[in-house]
Design a protein around this ligand. Sequence first.
Ligand SMILES: Cc1ncc(COP(=O)(O)O)c(C=O)c1O
Ligand SMILES: Nc1c(O)cccc1C(=O)C[C@H](N)C(=O)O
Length: 397
Amino acid sequence: MSESLAHEAAALDAADELAGLRKLFALDDGVYLDGNSLGALPAHVPARVADVVQRQWGELRIRSWGESGWWTAPERIGDRIAPLVGAAPGQIVVGDSTSVNVFKAVVGAVRLCDDPARTDIVVDATTFPTDGYIAESAARMTGRRLVPVAPADLPSALGPTTAAVLVNHVDYRTGRLHDLPALTAAVHEAGALVVWDLCHSAGALPVGLDANGVDLAVGCTYKYLNGGPGSPAYLYVAERHQPAFDSPLPGWTSHADPFAMTREFTAADGALRGRVGTPDILSMLALEAALEVWDGVGIEAVRAKSLALTDFFLKCVAAYVPEGRVTSLTPEDHAARGSQVALRCEEAPAVMEKLIARGVVGDLRRPDVLRFGFTPLYVGFGDAERAAATLAEILEA
Ligand SMILES: Cc1ncc(COP(=O)(O)O)c(C=O)c1O
Ligand SMILES: Nc1c(O)cccc1C(=O)C[C@H](N)C(=O)O
């Protein structure tokens, strides 16, 4: 479209220290900008899953719970995710869906708060729906009131009646990054606990759970962590809260001695309290294999590339797309930007269909949002330029 932007893309790709990671993924010639919904497949994962099925399950059978490390996979893989979200070992367990972990975390936070005068569960009013639905149910179950508040208004909405706050780190629709350090501090100032949903930030930018004193957090692993469709989510319970963390789903695998099979429940120590039932081993070990692409990769470098990619994509869109056809919902300010660009466009459904037909895969968020996720491990600057050029051609036609 423009020689100069295409040249700029080539120069940026040539200078990109993460560019070599793309070959670790099974990708075609298309432009894949939907890794914020389903991350791409790391190429070595199928053989690893085949080994889990054929040898570990097929040959070792029941012995694999011990010999193949199945039983301890939730906490082992939690420790592998921990450095990506700024957590020391022993605070994350992997398992269940994000939705289920939201439930454990919100009810767990209200129980940790343990003050009947604190009647409110505050929820991000712009949240991904599942968090809102579950927070509402958690409020009913714990006899609390659900108070939806826009993240920007959170500090003024908090007070002596706040028990717990559930907020998304990055807004799934607009890509807005919320200020985790400041909001965590504001929640603590009000005497409440905070639960962060990291689905759209883990693996895309530094989170700093421990450094910011976050209480609880949840996240999925099938977006920027490339764990595969429906791969298990995770729950972070800060070490200081673990002794009092009272899970609303105390299954036998979170028991201190699961194989004692006692009638009474005695919670295990540490993050293991977040476990529930038998771990979904096939998905979990696919995730464990997928996480190997992070070996030697620093999240700071990923963040720098993510911002450069979204900046460059916005620049190409401004240069190519006819005036007035799209409006960016994604903040210009780096401090408030996640790893996606959301463009409002009147004809969004038809435009996304045409983009996908031309090999540029983004997401439609109805009614009028074109969503493009930038996953720095395998998306390059040439992809960003091509996506913007294709979008412009479609809008000009
Ligand atoms: C912020 C957020 N929370 C939760 C979920 C979904 O949770 P689950 O994995 O339980 O479907 C998503 C995406 O699906 C999400 O974007
Ligand atoms: N989890 C998904 C699924 O099972 C099917 C389709 C999409 C998803 C998603 O992850 C949606 C995503 N959380 C979003 O931000 O829109």
